[in-house]
Design a protein around this ligand. Structure first.
Ligand SMILES: NC(=O)c1ccc[n+]([C@@H]2O[C@H](COP(=O)([O-])OP(=O)(O)OC[C@H]3O[C@@H](n4cnc5c(N)ncnc54)[C@H](O)[C@@H]3O)[C@@H](O)[C@H]2O)c1
Length: 329
């Protein structure tokens, strides 16, 4: 396949580019490096089937020749990033998504959107199932991300219903692993870097809020299965048409943990004597976050395999090498 991956120079994009190359596909990575990095794709660039184009996907994009799949991942994804780039986040989720769907339509290519569990907002049910509509503040600071992704999903469904675009939507829950940025402000990277540097571990609220963390290789496995699934895959129940492959699929790890417990595990695994410091909870921070992955299991035969301790071990080793030994920024 010849695949466009927008946001391919970001944390998850880099993992997906690498996986697609290893499966023998040709990858065109389109990224404006807003929150991504050249260093993420240095290894991919050694492969002649990889091509990088520095491109803002909210601007018109011309690609010569056939394209089999468009994977639209471009979007600032960590809270400090989307709060720093609010307008760019809204634009990439609206104009950018429209551009990529238009490209998929013109090339008769499959389309995969990397949406997010944030479409559920601060959920009133747990675990979250795909048919839950969410509880989102449309004007709060985080709305730039949540609503951009909800608009992206609506666009994907509209292009599917109106033009028959073969679209798929992955609702990704918190994912971690090597190639995250040390300063991206996400829980796992924060805790690991603070522990390795002997600084206090920052906990927002009292730490009783829960999160579930999926390791990057598991997540990429789910994305590949979703992209490659037959377009007529669907549930076998009477709802089959309504809940076919074009409807959102949760991808995440259902093992839910309190933030205080994750801080403790990271401290133990890094051998750090760092203390914890509690800060006020940011606005609209969800109290619970846990995927129901029944649909991914049934539709894709997918479930995460990497245990938290295993994934943390390789992530800690990455941060130790890249940031503490090589001192890469
Ligand atoms: N990492 C997670 O836990 C997580 C959870 C839910 C959803 N997601 C989704 O997965 C995708 C990737 O997330 P990530 O964690 O790798 O984030 P990231 O910030 O590391 O990567 C995003 C990439 O998109 C690029 N980008 C942003 N705006 C662009 C634009 N206008 N044009 C071209 N490129 C642009 C950035 O430069 C960056 O390389 C995002 O769509 C995000 O919403 C991630």
């Amino acid at each position: 396949m010849r695949i466009i991956i927008t946001g391919g120079a970001g944390f998850l994009g880099r993992h997906l580019c690498e996986r697609m190359l290893s499966l023998g596909h040709e990858v065109l990575c389109a990224d404006n490096l807003l929150t991504g990095r050249n260093s993420n794709i240095e290894e991919c660039e050694q492969n002649p089937s990889f091509h990088f184009v520095r491109q803002d996907v909210t601007a018109p994009l011309r690609i010569e020749g056939p394209i089999d799949a468009v994977v639209h991942m471009a979007c600032p994804a960590s809270p400090p990033d989307y709060l720093k780039f609010p307008i760019q986040t809204l634009e990439v989720g609206t104009i950018g998504t429209r551009n990529m769907l238009t490209l998929a339509l013109a090339k008769e290519a499959r389309f995969l959107l990397t949406s997010t569990s944030e479409v559920y907002g601060d959920p009133k049910i747990s675990p979250q199932r795909e048919d839950y509509w969410g509880y989102v503040n449309p004007i709060g600071p985080r709305s730039v991300y949540d609503e951009a992704k909800r608009a992206s999903e609506a666009l994907a469904m509209a292009f599917h219903r109106r033009y028959g675009v073969d679209s798929r939507i992955a609702r990704i829950f918190n994912t971690y692993g090597p190639w995250m940025r040390a300063n991206d402000g996400r829980v796992i990277s924060n805790f690991i870097m603070q522990a390795l540097q002997g600084k206090e571990l920052t906990i927002y609220g009292d730490g009783s809020q829960t999160r579930s963390f999926c390791y990057a290789s598991d997540l990429v496995d789910g994305l590949v299965r979703l992209l490659m699934a037959d377009s007529d895959s669907g549930e076998t129940s009477s709802q089959s048409k309504e809940w076919g492959i074009h409807y959102p699929v949760n991808l995440g790890n259902p093992r839910e943990q309190k933030i205080v417990d994750i801080a403790r595990i990271v401290r133990e695994m890094t051998g750090s004597s760092s203390q914890t410091r509690f800060h006020p909870l940011p606005a609209d921070d969800p109290k619970i976050r846990c995927p129901d992955i029944t649909r991914a299991r049934r539709l894709l035969g997918w479930e995460p395999k990497v245990r938290l301790e295993e994934g943390l071990a390789s992530t800690i080793s990455y941060f130790r090498t890249y940031y503490c030994v090589l001192k890469i920024r």
